[in-house]
Design a protein around this ligand. Structure first.
Ligand SMILES: [Zn+2]
Length: 85
């Protein structure tokens, strides 16, 4: 393996981690009741909670954060969310 390949690999990992942290912060904010907007279309984001959650809205959607146009579609991992508290 060359040095270049190693560097590329770590760069990919950093990007994944950065986007993971961005999603985590967004989920945290929305769980606190704050509103957020899609970084693509600037429309308000919707937080969809699992059906067994107190304030969940009834819809066919899986738990996650969505925008009206669909450019934001973050699946909510409730195990990960539980660890955030
Ligand atoms: Zn959008």
């Amino acid at each position: 393996m060359s040095e270049t390949q190693k560097l590329d690999f770590s760069a990919v990992n950093d990007t994944t981690l950065a986007s993971f942290n961005q999603h985590k912060n967004l989920i945290k904010r929305m769980l606190k009741g704050n509103s957020a907007e899609c970084s693509e279309c600037k429309k308000p984001l919707t937080l969809q909670l699992p059906p067994n959650t107190k304030n969940a809205k009834v819809s066919g959607k899986a738990p996650g954060i969505y925008c009206a146009k669909g450019c934001t579609d973050i699946e909510l991992d409730m195990e990960a969310v539980a660890l955030m508290k």
